[in-house]
Write a protein that binds this ligand. Structure first.
Ligand code: F0G
Length: 365
């Protein structure tokens, strides 16, 4: 088999690409879909984990960024900007480097995991820290990019969702059809909108978020679409409240967002799929992160674990249909935020003499 060529090449016929577009790529997509026997047993279903932390910069953002950055390159613009809770900035900085653009990232001061900041720095982005939250940052970059010749690469750029929809294609390609239920974290609400678009296109339908008619021109691959279950952090749950929240707070800093940009698309995904958007506590998120690492072997960041936390929570409430086929997206790599994952556990292994005997003694063998 041919090696994976990156999602723009793999799904070219379903993406709004023109002849003059030259892909800006790091080989993103093609991420593992891993069955979790422990989670399946716990919730009484067939549970798969879509490991998006396996993307080149460690999060699903790379799917949107390859598409958006390719279109910026075709437009002739040479500077990009984004607001971010960390992952978008890491991805934008890497893909801007690929394209030869300068990149400005606008971040909520003191609320970004260290690994993500390191990524933006090593890729040469200019960092600006705002004394405010993500929603303030997004407002600023929207105004900035409307006034200056700087391209906006947040998910309000419609090409971002076009790239991100390919994760749904990969899941259907791997399973042979859409799952019964798809569970994922919801922050700015771009990803739930993108998955819903992708599942619909593979079922031969379009959604409000679609920007071309490729889906209707192509034969259906899937016979159906899943119910979409979006999971928010309780301290940052505007969809559960039914309105934006002013001071979002959660340990899952990636989804610390009070005023999601893709509000209408996400509500459509929830309602048109007969789905739901609910919230879980920070404690449930950290528990799910630990369980996924210790029992399934997947280390994701806290925001990503919200999907698994939500599934466990809904199972406890009897809402998971027995035997259902369920996919949980875990959106980002645990290595981005080791401090939160370790909590108060220190890294202090016993130091021994360099002999086999000493190693055996230490292991109690
Ligand atoms: N999970 C992770 C790890 C994220 O970084 C994000 C969003 C989400 C989930 C939520 O996805 O916004 O499409 O609903 N991170 C953005 C950022 C906001 O700036 O990196 P969403």
């Amino acid at each position: 088999a041919q090696p994976w060529r990156g999602l723009l090449a793999e799904y070219a016929d379903r993406l709004p690409l023109e002849a003059e577009d030259t892909p800006i790529t790091l080989g993103e997509g093609g991420t593992p879909l891993v069955k979790s026997d422990p989670l399946s047993a716990e919730v009484g279903a067939e549970v798969y984990i879509k490991v998006e932390g396996a993307n080149p910069t460690g999060s699903f953002k790379d799917r949107g960024m390859t598409m958006a950055m390719t279109k910026v390159a075709s437009s002739g613009c040479e500077m990009v900007a984004c607001a971010s809770t960390g992952n978008t900035s890491a991805s934008a900085a890497a893909y801007a480097t690929r394209a030869g653009f300068s990149c400005a990232v606008v971040l909520p001061a003191g609320k970004i995991a260290a690994g993500k900041l390191a990524q933006a720095i090593v890729h040469g982005a200019t960092l600006i820290a705002v004394d405010g939250n993500f929603d303030d940052c997004l407002r600023i970059v929207r105004e900035l990019t409307q006034t200056y010749p700087v391209a906006l690469v947040n998910s309000v750029n419609p090409y971002r969702l076009q790239g991100q929809k390919t994760a749904a294609f990969e899941i259907v390609d791997a399973l042979g059809d859409a799952p019964d239920i798809h569970v994922l974290p919801v922050g700015n609400a771009g990803n739930i909108s993108a998955y819903w678009m992708g599942y619909n296109e593979y079922a031969g339908r379009t959604t409000a978020a679609s920007i071309d008619d490729s889906a209707t021109r192509l034969e259906a691959v899937a016979s159906r679409t899943p119910r979409m279950w979006g999971i928010q952090a309780a301290g940052a749950a505007p969809f559960v409240a039914g309105h934006p929240v002013a001071d979002p707070e959660t340990v899952a800093t990636a989804i610390r967002i009070g005023n999601p940009a893709s509000w209408d698309y996400a509500v459509a995904a929830r309602d048109d799929s007969d789905g739901l958007i609910t919230a879980v506590s920070d404690e449930q998120i950290l528990d799910a992160q630990a369980i996924l690492a210790a029992e399934t072997g997947v280390f994701c960041e806290p925001a990503s674990a919200a999907s698994v936390a939500g599934l466990r929570h809904l199972a406890q409430q009897g809402q998971v249909p027995e035997g259902a086929r369920i996919v949980c997206t875990v959106t980002g790599n645990g290595l981005k935020d080791t401090a939160t994952a370790l909590g108060d556990r220190a890294i202090d292994p016993e130091v021994i003499e360099p002999t086999l005997e000493a190693a055996c003694r230490a292991l109690g063998l």
